[in-house]
Write a protein that binds this ligand. Structure first.
Ligand code: HEC
Ligand code: HEC
Length: 338
């Protein structure tokens, strides 16, 4: 059975047994240009290279995984598209629609300005536990061409029209891994497995359902190891079939199940410690040290509002969603120096 028929089958099971669409306050802006279809690639050499980029991002393990046919860049058999839904074309599915226009960008986690190629390589190194692609390789050029093609015709969007991940209001309490464990059993275990291990395709070279923890899952310190980033992804994408306009979990459930998944073990951050400027460390980064008096547990699971209030000088914290709409500003400027 192909990867797509497996997903389709699970989708049907899911819709039959668990689908309970809940109304949401997300309104997609019709002025935002939709993702182009891979059927409409330009003809000729350029179209071929874009298609190659699409292939690499869709079936990463086949080409660049531990037994990859091109090279062995990742230690996991996951694919980029396991986290960047519909190969980066799904609104609020960790999309790449605006990536081409958003770089170079200052990143507080790295502490310097990076290009889109370097940002893509950070996903090779961290969630994928691997090594970067050479910047001048055919593979990196094809990936960049794909991003450029995705971004064609898109207006330069202001950050509050950001469609990478949904906004999610903070809870007043800490996110609770115990409550999350029960939610995992009800909503996730059927696909991701009892031990969050996922399922490999029969050739054992790549996953049909990716793992959520364990040695082939994303590293501690990569973006998903932040409970807020994972919860925002889950809200609009999981269980498989959820979207921003038809989410399946309520906000609280997304926070708790994200806390549960991030309470599990995973490979540690490799390389030099992130956030060279401690005062720029984001509120829910799960690895210390911290430049404030809050405990590591509070940084990991919340409640986050007291941490944000402590650091905030300029942001309007009265409007919590405003904090999220400023996520990229937070990412870049992070917290002002105390
Ligand atoms: C119907 C099967 C199914 C269910 C149920 C499901 N998932 Fe997934 N999940 C998938 C598939 C398939 C992918 C990979 C997406 C792709 O490649 O398009 C995925 C990807 C993910 C990812 C990103 C990749 C990774 O492994 O880190 C996370 C996180 C995730 N799921 C969490 C959850 C959570 C939490 C639940 C329960 C609330 C859940 N999933 C329920 C099928 C499912
Ligand atoms: C385990 C999940 C996961 C996997 C696998 C993954 N990524 Fe990511 N990626 C993320 C998250 C989470 C973000 C940051 C989202 C945010 O904070 O807005 C991100 C961000 C990015 C960005 C920056 C997008 C932007 O517009 O700022 C690029 C580019 C990227 N990833 C490329 C890749 C590539 C290439 C691969 C495969 C080699 C890959 N990713 C694999 C989770 C993942």
């Amino acid at each position: 059975m192909s990867l797509y028929s497996i997903k389709f089958l699970f989708g049907i099971i899911l819709i039959t047994f668990t689908f309970q669409a809940r109304s949401s306050n997300i309104i997609l802006d019709p002025s935002i240009v939709k993702a182009p279809s891979i059927e409409n690639l330009p003809v000729g050499k350029e179209g071929e290279e874009i298609r190659y980029g699409f292939e690499l991002l869709s079936n990463t393990a086949k080409y660049l995984g531990p037994k990859g046919s091109v090279s062995s860049n990742t230690k996991t058999r996951m694919s980029c598209s396991n986290c960047h839904m519909d190969v980066g074309r799904k609104d609020f599915g960790n999309s790449w629609l605006d990536s081409h226009g958003s770089y170079p960008q200052y990143r507080s986690r790295e502490g310097f300005v990076i290009t889109l190629a370097e940002r893509a390589n950070l996903c090779f190194t961290h969630p994928m536990n691997g090594k970067p692609l050479p910047l001048d390789s055919r593979e990196m050029r094809a990936i960049l061409l794909y991003y450029k093609w995705l971004g064609v015709n898109r207006p330069i969007l202001s950050k509050d029209k950001d469609n990478r991940l949904v906004k999610l209001p903070f809870l007043d309490r800490a996110a609770d891994p115990k409550k999350g464990a029960l939610l995992f059993k009800t909503h996730c275990l059927v696909c991701h497995g009892e031990n969050g291990q996922g399922t490999l395709l029969t050739d054992k070279k790549s996953y049909s359902i990716p793992p959520l923890w364990g040695k082939e899952s994303y590293q501690m310190g990569s973006s998903f190891s932040r409970v807020s980033v994972l919860a925002r992804f889950i809200k609009a994408n999981m269980p498989y079939g959820a979207t921003a306009v038809s989410p399946i979990l309520v906000d609280e459930e997304a926070w708790d199940v994200a806390a549960f998944i991030n309470s599990k073990s995973r490979p540690m951050w490799s390389g030099k410690l992130p956030y060279p400027r401690l005062y720029e460390k984001t509120y829910d980064f799960p690895i210390g040290p911290y430049a404030d008096p809050f405990t590591p547990t509070q940084h990991k699971y919340g409640p986050y509002k007291p941490i944000i209030n402590y650091w905030d000088a300029d942001l309007d914290v009265g409007d919590i969603t405003n904090i999220f709409s400023q996520e990229h500003i937070i990412l870049s400027a992070q917290f002002p120096k105390k």
